[in-house]
Write a protein that binds this ligand. Structure first.
Ligand code: ZN
Length: 433
């Protein structure tokens, strides 16, 4: 009996079908009506919520900053919010140490848990069944009541596991608090307990599946929500080839979940619980949709009402409607960290965009972009190695770079082996003395 059941699960996975013992309707449905609210209504509601939060909160620093920006007088507006100086994530350890409690940004009476993330940065958790806002993301990823979910984030010191755990409880799932490591025990538990869902990093899911295969264990996973590191397309294809629907989400340890993928997997919808801006990290001005900017988050929660937390992550805002019916704007993935970006002719360019451009030309084996000064002008030079000679490659590659970055690039096509090992995709050779 046991062996037959195990075999059935294994075959189902091999044929890209859900295991028969757990049939769940994972059809995409909205988690709540707010997911389909018209965008202007959403913004108006968020701004009202921002004001309520700031009037209500016991976090002294948040109230002081809000007062100075005029957010407590009359209506709260985006213009008023933009008067608030950015709170840089890397400054949080210093800010939190300067004044008790946590720099004055926390409403202490509401704190239920305290986490200590690297930095050290303290992340408070407030009351409520899904304080970190994960339920909508899990639901969009196909998680449903009755799923048994292996949650492989750490339950110690950092909040990621508790974020997922809270959302899963709200959905009515059964959680196996796996935590980090102990791969074999987790592999055996997932198989024995017929875990249908996985939460954790994509790389640990790959490790876990490998271990389950090595031990000839049946795999019952049908859905996975991954976060905390990039999800390479190749890995997603591998998971989905085994019948594991895989979606990603984006958040920070400070505020919780910020955005999540819908089944269309064309960017991550922003959650209503945060007001998100994308700004030029040098001028702090908002960047237009379609241009990369630093993700700046205002958390609409009175426990820890961070105003304009500059995350250091770079993304692009997409405002076009999504066919899934969710109306919130999307983040087009996380391109990387602000520190990697370079300004060329006044335009902020991130290596993630350049990787994206190069990925559209499979014939390009290696590439590197160099920013130089030619007279008084910045010059973006793309040096690419191609597998075979193609007289048209330079023109086509330049077109792609322009489509992705808006910048015109000089393209040098080099024979294979010319570039050696490319450590950095974007090198700034300008000298300003
Ligand atoms: Zn969507």
């Amino acid at each position: 009996m046991e062996a037959a059941e195990l075999q059935e699960g294994k075959d189902a996975a091999a044929y890209n079908m859900p295991a028969r013992e757990h049939q769940v309707d994972r059809t995409d449905r909205l988690f709540g009506p707010e997911e389909a609210a018209p965008p202007d209504q959403r913004l108006a509601r968020q701004l009202r919520r921002l004001q309520e939060v700031l009037q209500q909160t016991g976090a002294a620093a948040a109230r002081e900053v809000a007062q100075q920006a005029g957010l407590l007088d009359g209506e709260a507006t985006l213009d008023k919010l933009r008067r608030v100086p950015l709170l840089r994530k890397e400054d949080l350890p210093r800010v939190q140490a300067q004044r008790w409690p946590l720099g004055g940004w926390v409403w202490w009476e509401r704190v239920r848990r305290l986490f200590v993330s690297p930095g050290p940065i303290v992340d408070p958790e407030g009351p409520g069944p899904d304080y970190w806002g994960c339920a909508a993301a899990l639901h969009a990823a196909g998680f449903r009541a009755g799923d048994v979910v292996l949650n492989t984030f750490s339950y110690h010191l950092t909040p990621a596991a508790w974020m997922m755990d809270g959302g899963l409880q709200v959905l009515g799932a059964v959680v196996i608090p796996g935590g980090v490591g102990n791969t074999e025990i987790q592999a055996r538990a997932a198989s024995q307990l017929r875990a249908t869902g996985y939460t954790g990093t994509p790389s640990f899911l790959a490790t876990l599946l490998q271990r389950m295969d090595d031990l000839a264990l049946s795999v019952h996973f049908q859905v996975a929500l991954v976060t905390a590191e990039p999800l390479p397309g190749s890995l997603r294809v591998r998971f989905e080839g085994r019948g594991i629907r895989t979606q990603q989400a984006y958040g920070t340890a400070d505020v919780g979940l910020v955005a999540y993928e819908c089944p269309r997997k064309q960017g991550m919808h922003l959650l209503d619980r945060c007001l998100v801006e994308l700004v030029d990290p040098h001028t702090h001005e908002p960047v237009p949709p379609g241009r990369p900017g630093e993700v700046v988050v205002t958390l609409l929660d009175p426990t820890y009402p961070l105003l304009r937390l500059a995350t250091g992550d770079v993304s692009i805002l997409v405002e076009q409607p999504c066919p899934c019916g969710r109306t919130a704007p999307r983040l087009a993935g996380i391109l990387g960290r602000v520190a990697e970006a370079v300004k060329v002719r006044g335009i902020f360019v991130h290596p993630g965009q350049l990787r994206e451009a190069a990925s559209r030309h499979p014939e390009v084996q290696r590439f590197q972009f160099v920013v130089r000064r030619a007279g008084d002008r910045d010059q973006l030079v793309a040096r690419v190695e191609a597998a075979r000679s193609d007289p048209d490659l330079a023109r086509r590659f330049a077109e792609t770079v322009q489509a992705v970055t808006t910048l015109r690039a000089e393209v040098e096509v080099l024979p294979p082996g010319s570039l050696g090992e490319v450590e950095r995709v974007l090198v700034d050779e300008r000298r300003w003395d």
